[in-house]
Design a protein around this ligand. Structure first.
Ligand SMILES: [Zn+2]
Length: 177
């Protein structure tokens, strides 16, 4: 992860503009859950204004949907910002399980998982910044489903999932770092 902060991108000064701009951009308004997984767009994405990148994890495009020359710059920007960790929110309660116990996100969890845990104010779900940034670098996707990466996590009674997300040395999350 740190190498992205230190390394100067060879493409940083490129002036290349992609041909054939995409006219319809579906990044706004669509939730992560409705994202088509594994759908490849053959058109080259437009370059984006780095200062206008969305901070909220539920509003972000997949890294693979950004222009290839810009992805390292975008990763660095998000690493400098750090995980999206709002603390002064009214975290809404959810009724969970058969007993309908009311649970909600606890911002103290940021302290335990300071480098990756983030919260979406839009979806009221938790995400992982590291996996968002580096997931596409890892070719084999047979690790399958992980709520922290795509659709967001909100099983607030299952905090052991924070630990299992980090997992062992070979977990996706650790290989992404
Ligand atoms: Zn992760």
């Amino acid at each position: 992860m740190e190498k992205y902060l230190i390394k100067k991108s060879a493409n940083a000064n490129t002036t290349t503009q992609p041909q054939g701009a995409i006219t319809s951009n579906n990044s706004s308004g669509s939730s992560n859950a409705s994202r088509p997984a594994g759908k490849h767009n053959s058109a080259v994405p437009e370059l984006v204004d780095l200062n206008k990148l969305p901070r909220d994890p539920a509003k972000r495009k997949r890294m693979a949907d950004y222009h290839p020359n810009q992805r390292d710059e975008i990763r660095r920007k998000y690493l400098i910002w750090g995980p999206n960790q709002p603390r002064k929110l009214e975290f809404p309660y959810r009724e969970i399980g058969k007993k309908k116990k009311k649970r909600r996100f606890n911002p103290d969890w940021y302290d335990d998982y300071a480098y990756w845990l983030e919260y979406s104010e839009k979806e009221h779900k938790a995400y992982c910044l590291c996996c968002y940034l580096f997931r596409d670098n890892i070719k084999d996707n047979h690790h399958g489903h992980d709520a922290f990466v795509v659709e967001g996590f909100n099983c607030w009674n299952k905090t052991e999932r924070f630990v299992t997300h980090v997992g062992d040395r070979n977990s996706f999350h650790n290989r992404a770092l």
